[in-house]
Design a protein around this ligand. Sequence first.
Ligand SMILES: Cc1cc2nc3c(=O)[nH]c(=O)nc-3n(C[C@H](O)[C@H](O)[C@H](O)COP(=O)(O)OP(=O)(O)OC[C@H]3O[C@@H](n4cnc5c(N)ncnc54)[C@H](O)[C@@H]3O)c2cc1C
Length: 419
Amino acid sequence: MNRLRRELLTAALGAALPWPLRAQPVPAARVVIIGGGFGGASCARALRRAAPQVQVRLIEPRAHFYTGPWTNAAITGACATGDIVQSPAGLCDIGVDWVQDRVTGIDPVARRVRTAGGMRLQADRLVVSPGVEMRWDLIEGLDAAASATMPHAWLGDAQVPSLSARMAALRDGATIAISAPANPYRCPPGPYERASLMAWQQSARGHRGKILVFDAKDDFTKRALFQLGWDTLYPGRIEWVPRAAGGEVVAVDGGRGELRLHNGERVRADLASLIPAQRAAAIARAADLTDAGGWCPVRAADFCSLRHAGIHVIGDAAAAQPMPKSAFSANSQGKLVALAIAAEVEGRPPPEPHLLNTCYSLLAPDYAISVGGLYGVVADLLVTLSDGSSPLSATRATRALEARYAQDWYVQINRDTFG
Ligand SMILES: Cc1cc2nc3c(=O)[nH]c(=O)nc-3n(C[C@H](O)[C@H](O)[C@H](O)COP(=O)(O)OP(=O)(O)OC[C@H]3O[C@@H](n4cnc5c(N)ncnc54)[C@H](O)[C@@H]3O)c2cc1C
């Protein structure tokens, strides 16, 4: 008999009962999911489908949020900010017990959860998908207050419309500075897609201008494809400054809109969008689920925490290399965990883990590139089984087709996750 099944029977019937009496129909398991973004919502939805007898309670403080995917399109006017808002309505429709509240404490041994609204919940399984938080300890002067003037717009909050409004108000000839953090972080191609679409917006408005990308690393995903696209679409407009050339931002003066780089150079920009380094969101750390690097180590087969039994960590908070921290990865992990819990409840063998990711990046509304991967478990490790990216030699028609696929993917992932 598997562990969850045994725990449930023991809890329901009492360990002292004789064995034949304990083998009664399994009561519904109580699964509490923390975080209703791409990971948590995908898991909730898949669990309702795979194991309707399981009680699924999802705790999320935000009734509405902006999705990460298409944030860069929204801040540059390629779509409206209202087009990328999500809500839990579709989850409630299928019987997910969605609670608008914030988890303030997790007892990872007893699997008890406390919320700001005063709820106390006991779970048989916990699924933790709280996303990321920004690290304010690495760039001098960059804290939450300074970030409001140099918005990252990386967390689906009010910084998204704020950055969109700042972009719309930029003068002809403006200089924009973007900073990209060291790996790992949410959406590896995101800073470079942002630079591309900012350049598109400037060009579409007939504005001259410059976009400087200051990087804390010396390489980035799909670099050759991005650089080819920049040379083709926006020659001379986007300049990428790697860490080796002093590109890492080490200090900021929010009031003056000034950045100081690792090489000592000071840069003034009309608009700065600084994307800080990240780690798993605070609740994961408070629950003792993180390691020294700030991410949550998990078992590859079912994303069970390596620090506490009975808790799954999915999405960006999990240390799930080689999978990138993306909505697609979080969706795929959420489904795997739902199937693993359903199998355990029903006494079936665990599912074989096959995980997917595809990341599209828009360089213009009619020009996209992509990277994709299939992941599995070999010798207890998560590994890439196959991967690929758009060819460097693709025609403009192919790039335009990929832009259409990107749009279709966005519609589909939202439907699959939120309903
Ligand atoms: C600019 C940008 C572009 C992107 N583009 C793409 C793309 O094209 N394709 C792609 O696949 N991915 C993309 N992403 C990445 C994607 O948004 C994330 O990887 C994805 O949202 C991760 O899902 P998650 O569930 O881990 O976190 P989230 O979706 O952020 O969900 C976490 C949720 O947990 C909640 N939470 C936090 N703390 C608590 C608490 N204490 N109690 C209860 N709830 C809590 C938060 O409110 C949040 O809603 C992009 C991201 C950005 C920023």
